[in-house]
Design a protein around this ligand. Structure first.
Ligand code: ZN
Length: 452
C-alpha cells in the first residue's frame, strides 16, 4: 500500500512541476498552476559536492524542485522572494544511520506503550529532526513505514525517509530484545515487538528470506540485518559473528533481486569481513576494523557507515555489560576514521542516536564533531553529496525518483538550508541549528524562516 501511495504522490507532483522544470522562470507556471514558487536572492551556494562557494547566486524553486540557479534571476510576480544577503545556502543534511522510533524514546517508554504512542512520539521526533536541518534520513531499523508515508503525505512534518523496516536478527543477535521467558520459541509464537514490527527474529535461510520479503512488501528501500555483536543488546558479546554466510548471502540475493542492497550492523572485524564476503554494500559502524579490512572496503566498493562514537558527552547511558562492549567501539573510532580517510574509503555520516531526546538534539553537533578527522568541507560533503550517493543504492526502490537529493543544482529536490555564517569555515554552526539556520526548506516548502 505504502509504495503505491508514494508513487502516486510522486506522479502528482511530477504533473504539477512539469510545466516549470524545463523552462525559464519567465515561463514558470502561474499561481493557478503551481503551488509554490520561491526565489532565494543573493546567496553564496555550497553545492554539496564542491569545496568552492559560488557567490551572488539566485535560486528559483518551482514546486518541489530547484528550477534555476544564476545571478540576477527575474522571478515571476507571484513568487515569494527571500533576500539571502550573502548568507550561505547548503543542501539539506542527510543522516545515513537514524532510528526515527528509537532515537528519542526511552526503553521504558517503548516497553510500557504500544504503536499508537510510538507513532505520536515519532511524529514529534520527525518534526524535530527536520528543524535541525536534516531533510532526509536513512532509517536503519524500526517500525517506520507508516511514519514515512505520513511524512510524504504531509500529515506530519519531517525528513524524507528511506526505511529499512524492522531489522532482521538471529536469535540472541543484536536485535533480539525479547526476554529469556520468550524461549523456547515456536514459529506460531511471536513476541509482541515482532508483531508490531520493532524487529524480526529469523533463523535459517527460509526464515531470513521470508522476513526480507516481508520488509520489501511493506516498502523497505534497503534491508538491514544484524551481522555481529552490538552494544545495547543483552545476549551478544561484542566479538560474536551473527548469521551464517548462507543466511547473509540469501538476504543479499533477495535484496538485489528487488534492485536494492543489504546493510549490516557489524562492529567487530570478523563480522565486517563476513558482511563484505556476502556482498553487503553498506557496513554500519565497523569500529574494530583493521587496516587490511578497510582496504577491502575500497577494493569491493563498500560503504563504511560510521558514527563519531567517543567516550564523551555524547556517550549513551549504559549498564556495565554494555559499557564494556562500548569501549571496543570508542577505542576504534579514531583509528578507523583516520585510516579510512587515508585509504579513500567511501564514508557515510550517521548518528545512530538511541533512546535519548537529549542526545538526539545533538544530531548536528555530531556532524560538527567530525572536525577531529575531517575538514568542514569534507564533513559537510559527507552529510550531503556523499550520503546521497549512498542512498542511490536503493535504485528503483527510491521513493524520490524525480531528481537528486543532497545537492544544490538545477533539477534537484529543493531541500536547502540558509545558514547565518559560513559552515565551511565554522562547522560548529550546524550544531546550533536554532540560531544558525535561518531558512529550512524541504521539498520546496519553507518550514522555518527567520530572515524577515
Ligand atoms: Zn543503529
Amino acid at each position: 500500500m505504502r509504495i503505491f501511495s508514494r508513487i502516486l504522490s510522486a506522479t502528482a507532483t511530477l504533473a504539477i512541476t512539469a510545466a516549470t522544470s524545463t523552462s525559464a522562470i519567465a515561463q514558470g507556471s502561474g499561481p493557478d498552476g503551481s503551488p509554490n514558487a520561491v526565489l532565494i536572492r543573493g546567496a553564496s551556494i555550497f553545492t554539496g559536492c564542491s569545496p568552492d562557494l559560488i557567490e551572488g547566486q539566485d535560486v528559483f524553486v518551482a514546486g518541489n524542485l530547484i528550477s534555476k540557479i544564476g545571478p540576477d534571476l527575474e522571478p515571476p510576480e507571484f513568487a515569494t522572494v527571500i533576500e539571502a544577503d550573502g548568507r550561505v545556502l547548503i543542501p539539506g543534511l542527510i543522516d545515513a544511520h537514524w532510528h526515527g522510533v528509537f532515537a528519542t524514546a526511552s526503553i521504558g517508554q517503548l516497553m510500557s506503550t504500544n504503536e499508537g504512542y510510538w507513532n505520536l512520539l515519532t511524529s514529534v521526533a520527525q518534526r524535530d529532526t527536520l528543524y535541525r536541518g536534516f531533510t532526509t534520513v536513512r532509517d536503519t531499523a524500526g517500525p517506520m513505514f507508516d511514519i514515512a508515508r505520513a511524512t510524504d503525505e504531509g500529515l506530519i512534518e519531517g525528513p524524507r525517509v528511506f526505511p529499512s523496516g524492522p531489522a532482521i536478527s538471529q536469535t540472541a543477535g543484536h536485535m533480539d530484545f525479547r526476554t529469556t521467558k520468550d524461549v523456547p520459541a515456536t514459529p506460531d509464537k511471536l513476541n509482541p515487538f515482532e508483531t508490531s514490527d520493532m524487529f524480526y527474529i529469523a533463523d535459517g535461510v527460509p526464515e531470513v528470506l521470508k522476513r526480507v520479503r516481508e520488509n520489501l512488501m511493506q516498502g523497505a528501500t534497503q534491508i538491514k540485518l544484524m551481522a555481529g555483536g552490538g552494544v545495547t543488546s543483552s545476549y551478544d558479546p561484542i566479538h560474536t559473528m551473527q548469521y551464517t554466510k548462507a543466511e547473509l548471502e540469501a538476504a543479499v540475493e533477495q535484496a538485489e533481486n528487488w534492485g536494492t542492497y543489504v546493510l549490516t550492523h557489524a562492529i567487530n572485524d570478523e563480522a565486517v569481513n563476513h558482511s563484505i564476503d556476502a556482498g553487503v554494500k553498506s557496513v554500519e559502524h565497523g569500529h574494530m576494523s583493521t587496516r587490511e579490512t578497510l582496504q577491502r572496503f575500497v577494493d569491493n566498493d563498500v560503504w563504511l557507515s560510521m558514527q563519531p562514537f567517543l567516550d564523551d558527552v555524547d556517550a549513551p547511558a549504559l549498564n556495565e555489560f554494555q559499557k564494556a562492549k562500548y569501549k571496543f567501539v570508542t577505542d576504534g573510532t579514531d583509528f578507523v576514521y583516520k585510516t579510512a580517510k587515508e585509504l579513500g574509503v567511501k564514508i557515510a555520516f550517521g548518528t545512530d542516536t538511541l533512546f535519548s531526546a537529549d542526545l538526539a538534539r545533538r544530531q548536528g553537533a555530531q556532524l560538527a564533531k567530525l572536525q577531529r578527522w575531517f575538514t568542514p568541507y569534507e564533513a559537510l560533503k559527507m552529510a550531503t553529496c556523499d550520503n546521497a550517493e549512498l542512498l542511490k543504492l536503493s535504485g528503483p526502490l527510491t521513493p524520490y525518483p524525480m531528481g537528486p537529493l543532497g545537492v544544490i543544482e538545477e533539477g534537484a529536490y529543493a531541500d536547502m538550508i540558509l545558514v547565518d555564517g559560513n559552515p565551511l569555515e565554522n562547522l560548529d554552526l550546524v550544531g546550533d541549528p536554532e540560531n544558525s539556520f535561518d531558512i529550512i526548506m524541504k521539498d520546496g516548502v519553507i518550514y522555518k524562516n527567520t530572515v524577515d
